[in-house]
Ligand binder design. Structure first.
Ligand SMILES: C[S@@+](CC[C@H](N)C(=O)[O-])C[C@H]1O[C@@H](n2cnc3c(N)ncnc32)[C@H](O)[C@@H]1O
Length: 224
């Protein structure tokens, strides 16, 4: 099989039988400049650049002290937070096991479980000023079901943010095309000063993912 590392366009050369979808995924990975960059920069995922680009556009990591990373595996986003905000405490959660990351507390747990919010809160030792969610539900191939399941995660992340953020804090989450549905949008608009959508350049054009960026948490004393 071809190995990543030089600049020429690569095709899979082995005779091993693959499903067409997995073969095209592999070919795309091998030719993806962000995958190559991630390797060179020591990031665990190309997703790291999505957060880095969102940070450049929205100033998300400036001065943050406590960060929650929902759907942390394999850890690219937390690596970016560590690099750009070395002073910040970081707590992450994922269904999958994650290799330990220096300075990051990691739970292998379902964020939708009853225990998760408390575990994250206790480990953080104070109110987060940034809640990140790159969670995506495993797709079943039925578009509407996939959309609903992922939006369920985004919504749960939004409630966690609203119930825990420090005033002035931010919530950033991956959403699917069609953006944020009306209920979620009105929840975010009620509790945050600005709510925007963005598709960072590192997000593949053919992917339906977008990000919602809610900044300026108004606090729990009663929204304006
Ligand atoms: C796109 S990946 C995250 C990539 C990560 N931001 C990075 O930079 O390495 C999405 C993750 O969400 C996780 N996830 C999905 N549903 C979850 C849930 N209910 N609780 C915790 N993690 C979940 C998946 O296991 C997956 O690892």
């Amino acid at each position: 099989m071809a190995r990543a590392g030089d600049d020429s366009k690569r095709r899979l050369t082995s005779n091993k039988k693959r499903k067409p979808s997995s073969a095209s995924w592999l070919t795309r990975q091998l030719n993806d400049p962000y995958v190559k960059r991630a390797k060179a920069d020591g990031y665990r995922s190309r997703a790291a650049y999505k957060l880095a680009e969102l940070d450049e556009k929205f100033g998300l990591l400036k001065g943050v002290r406590r960060v929650v990373d929902l759907g942390i595996a394999p850890g690219g986003w937390s690596q970016v937070v560590r690099k750009r905000a070395p002073q910040a405490a970081i707590v992450g959660i994922d269904l999958l096991e994650v290799e330990p990351l220096d300075g990051v507390t990691i739970f292998q747990m379902d964020f939708m479980s009853d225990e998760a919010p408390r575990a994250l809160r206790d480990a953080l030792g104070g109110e987060p000023d940034l809640v990140l969610s790159d969670m995506a539900a495993n797709t079943v191939g039925h578009k509407q079901t996939d959309h609903l399941r992922t939006m369920g995660l985004v919504e749960a992340g939004a409630w966690f943010a609203v119930e825990n953020l420090a005033p002035g804090g931010a919530y950033v989450a991956k959403v699917l095309a069609g953006g944020t549905d009306n209920d979620l949008l009105s929840l975010l608009k009620q509790h945050f000063k600005t709510v925007k959508h963005a598709k960072p350049p590192a997000s593949r054009k053919d992917s339906s993912e977008w990000y919602v960026i809610a900044q300026g948490f108004k606090g729990r004393e009663g929204p304006e």
